[in-house]
Design a protein around this ligand. Structure first.
Ligand code: GLP
Length: 264
């Protein structure tokens, strides 16, 4: 686990964009797992800028999004498909057939649909790099507290905390979705590399529990401790409850000297 502590949101975005861009340069046909949420907006802006400057080509990249609300059409302004189009896919050259986002409009056999999403990930050779944000309750994707650490893509009922947080983006009187389709924790742990971004004081407790606390289904992101290649990039407010900040900074210093590839 590598912890990169940055001053602010902008520095987090820059570092994350650099890590993703260099992964694509090393492997142009990268299979990239993508995330939504406010944390990701600045990162996508950086990636779009790199693309528009001609230094980042997504034409061979294949993407899989983590999750989608159930019951929203693709064109709903709060759907994750809409978010991805607005912030990323509408401005870069990922071929439409290489974009995978769970379909929030499906009805009926959810298990079969979720198994087919897993099958598409396998058919693409697995995810090389999975991008993650984190919820205030420690969720990754929509794996709410008490999700099985071995869970796969499935239908998930959203927690009260998530409904409160995400409900704010829906219009007055508009009912926000109560369920979502999300990759499972087991699915996420199969990615070859994981990059988690957290910014702002509201994420400090979840970040500290995930990084320094016990592995528990009560904090889904704590399962990342089981993964051999995870990088967390946090800004100062999100890192404020970590007890070993000095150590993490020394590790980054030594990494820069000994294996600089891991940081760029
Ligand atoms: C949603 C998504 C998560 C995301 C989280 C945090 O619940 N399912 O993937 O990490 O929100 O969002 P934000 O970055 O807006 O705080």
């Amino acid at each position: 686990m590598l912890l990169i502590l940055k001053r602010d949101n902008e520095e987090v975005n820059k570092q994350a964009a650099q890590l993703i861009a260099s992964a694509i340069k090393k492997k142009p046909s990268l299979t990239l797992g993508l995330a939504t949420g406010n944390t990701m907006v600045g990162l996508y802006q950086h990636l779009v800028r790199l693309h528009q400057a001609g230094s980042l080509d997504f034409s061979k990249v294949v993407t899989f999004n983590l999750d989608e609300y159930l019951g929203l059409s693709a064109s709903h302004p709060q759907s994750f498909r809409h978010f991805m189009h607005e912030h990323f896919f509408g401005h870069v050259n990922v071929p439409p057939h290489s974009i995978h986002i769970p379909d929030g409009s499906i009805r009926g056999d959810y298990d079969q649909y979720c198994a087919s999403y897993e099958q598409s990930i396998r058919a693409a050779g697995g995810i090389d790099l999975q991008l993650l944000g984190i919820g205030r309750n420690g969720h990754i994707g929509f794996n709410e507290p008490t999700s099985s650490l071995a869970s796969r893509t499935r239908l998930k009922v959203l927690s009260r905390e998530t409904l409160d947080d995400n409900g704010k983006s829906f219009g007055p009187g508009e009912e926000s979705p109560r369920c979502a389709i999300t990759m499972g924790i087991g699915t996420i742990l199969e990615a070859r590399k994981i990059l988690l971004l957290a910014t702002g004081a509201s994420k400090a407790a979840a970040a500290a529990k995930s990084i320094e606390g016990p592995i528990t289904c009560a904090v889904s992101a704590s399962a990342l401790q089981l993964h051999p290649d995870v990088t967390f990039v946090l800004d100062e407010p999100a890192a404020s409850q970590l007890t070993q900040r000095d150590y993490y900074n020394r590790v980054v210093e030594m990494t820069a000297r000994l294996t600089p590839d891991r940081l760029s």
